[in-house]
Each structure stands twice: as C-alpha cells, then as structure tokens.
Design a protein around this ligand. Sequence first.
Ligand SMILES: Nc1nc2c(ncn2[C@@H]2O[C@H](COP(=O)(O)OP(=O)(O)OP(=O)(O)O)[C@@H](O)[C@H]2O)c(=O)[nH]1
Length: 369
Amino acid sequence: MIITTVILNVVLGITLFVIYRALPAQKSFKTWAIACFSFALANILVSLRGTIDQPLLTIVVADLLIISVPLLALHGMRQYRQQIDVPRTGMIVTMAISAILLLSAHATEYIAQTVTAVLCGVIYLFAANYLRHIRPTPRITRHLLMGLFGIHGLLMLLMASSALQQADPSKSLFTFLLMAHLIMTTMTTLLFPVLAFSHNERRLLKIAHLDELTELFNRRAFFEHGALLLAQNKQLEKPSCILMIDLDHFKSINDQFGHATGDACLRHVAEVIRKTMRERDVAARIGGEEFAIALSDVDRQQAEMISQRLVEHIAAHAFHFDGNDIELTVSLGGILSTRSRRALSDLLNDADAALYAAKASGRNQFKFA
Ligand SMILES: Nc1nc2c(ncn2[C@@H]2O[C@H](COP(=O)(O)OP(=O)(O)OP(=O)(O)O)[C@@H](O)[C@H]2O)c(=O)[nH]1
C-alpha cells in the first residue's frame, strides 16, 4: 500500500509540475506538486520507523511533512483563488508550532501521532470551509473537494483519538484510518489537475465574452445575451429597453490627463453601470467609450428613472484618480422595445440616434426615441 501511494504521489507530483511549467502564472500547481512530493517522502520515512532508530527523522521530520500536505494544499487553493502571491506567514507559523509540539512529543510515538492527526484534522476541516469561497470553480469539483477535505478532517480526528488508545485493540481501527488517509490524500491530489483544465476553460470563456478593461460583456457577447433577453421578454410579453451611454468630451479627458486616466474613467463608469443594473439585465462596453445596457422588464417610466439616476450619479460624484478630480459626465439614449419584432441591431441604432440627440442638446442628459 505504501509503495503504491509513494509511486502514485510521485507521478501526480510530476504531472502537476508539468502543468505548472505549461501555465507558469498558476503557482498553485507548483505548490500542489510539492505537497505530493512531501507526502511521498513522509511515507518513505514513516515506513523506516521499524528499521532505523532515528526518531528525529522518522517521527519529527516525517510528521512535519505529513502536516505540510494539507497546509500546502490550502496554500495552493489560496493562490488559485487570488491569482497573486499569497503570504506564507500562516503556513510558516503553523509549521513552527507543529515542530515545537512534535519535538516535545516525539519520545512517545503515539502522542506524536495524536498531535499530527489533530493538526491535520483541523487544517483539512479549515480547507473544506475555505473551498466555499472559491466560486468560479466548477461546482462538482468544488463539492467533491469539499467532501474529501471534510471527511479527511473527521478521519484524522478519529485517528487522533484512536492513536491515544494505542495499547488497546483499536490498533486495527488505527490501521484502517491510516489506509483511508492514504487513499483520501491521493484522491484529493488527483482532483487538482481537473482544476487546471477548468481554469483554462474559464480563461477562454472570459477572453471570448468579457471586455478586458471593464470586465463587462464585450460587443459580441452583448449581441448574444441581449438578443436572448429580448426574445425571452417578447415571449413572456414583457417590455425591454436598450440604453446606449457615451462619455462626454472623453477625448479632452484623455488629452488632458493621459490615457491611463481615461481607462480609469471607463472602469469607473462600468462600475456605476454594474451597480445600477439588476441580475437579468445585460451590460457591455460595445465600443471605445460606448456602453450599452439591455434592461429587462421595464416600462418607459422605470427606464427613464434608471437613466436619470445613472446620468445624475456620474455627474454628481467627481472622479478622483492619480491626484486629479475629473468632472465626468455621460450622455444616454434609450429605446423601449415592447411587442415589436425588431432586431437588437435596429433598436441599438435608434438608441444611438437618441444618444446623438442628447449630445446635441448639451450632453450630461438622457433622451428616449
Ligand atoms: N483611455 C481610453 N480612451 C479611449 C478608449 N477607446 C477610445 N478612446 C478614446 O475616446 C475618445 C473618443 O472621442 P470622440 O469620439 O471624439 O468623442 P468625445 O471626445 O467623447 O466627444 P463627445 O462624444 O462628442 O462628447 C478618443 O480620443 C479615443 O481615443 C479606451 O479604451 N481607453
């Protein structure tokens, strides 16, 4: 069993390392690869317990390696979630405390085992809870990992209580739990490569549908999702509304404050739009400084109220960036789509004409066709 576990974990570690070489920005795969190698090495050291009399190596170092496995798994998940360099402080402090505990307990093997099992149990349960925050992960993978970490955590706590009663017949229970631990760790690491592919799939979806600067939909996605929303509302006999929003005198903002400030203004307007829309609405940046929103199930009065709120909110709050106060305003054009069968592109043309009228009337206002 131990030989199989060692071989499997070395193979998995190499696989994860290869994935990391292919996706170097994904440091989590390197961390998970190290976790696999740690687990393999820990197993080799544990198997030497009966052969060599080096408790510092076969108990303290081996158990520290075992504790490092869930810690590294957790650290990798944090790197995966945040996509930035994650501080290692928590991991280092936990390892230091574990080392102190194990150094004081290693003279009695079953106490060292209890300490290791309790620490691992707590870390696995913490990791199971942490997984709830990794939202974009495919749900099945996330739930499977949560289940594995949760069960693993409970198993380790059971193992701790079983280790404490080493003298009695529960030894067979301890062996069973040890086997379960080996299987669980290997199953968990088997799931990590799945995350690599789901991450890539997510990245491709993002590139295809989202505007990189604002993270709203891009033009293509707007036509796809907006048309769907119109069709659904038509079927349900609900009205929809198309809005077009354009920043006023944006060229002079770029000229006066620079392109980076211009980009920040676009992100700011996108954020205001995001806060204004409801879950079913579709918002996008469809051109350089042009945004479009498809509002679902609104009548003319509601659409005008939303438009007014948007225009007034942007004008009322000066935008601060890079030490400058930028007085930003937008113009907005809208068109209501009731039961007509007009295509989204037609509606967008009418909203554009209304936007042009708003610009011609002095900007910082909305007009409806
Ligand atoms: N910073 C930044 N500027 C952009 C982006 N896309 C387009 N622009 C700029 O947006 C400006 C649009 O200028 P115009 O079409 O003349 O319109 P305007 O100055 O906003 O004037 P009105 O629309 O008539 O109020 C141009 O200077 C473009 O370079 C972008 O992604 N980032």
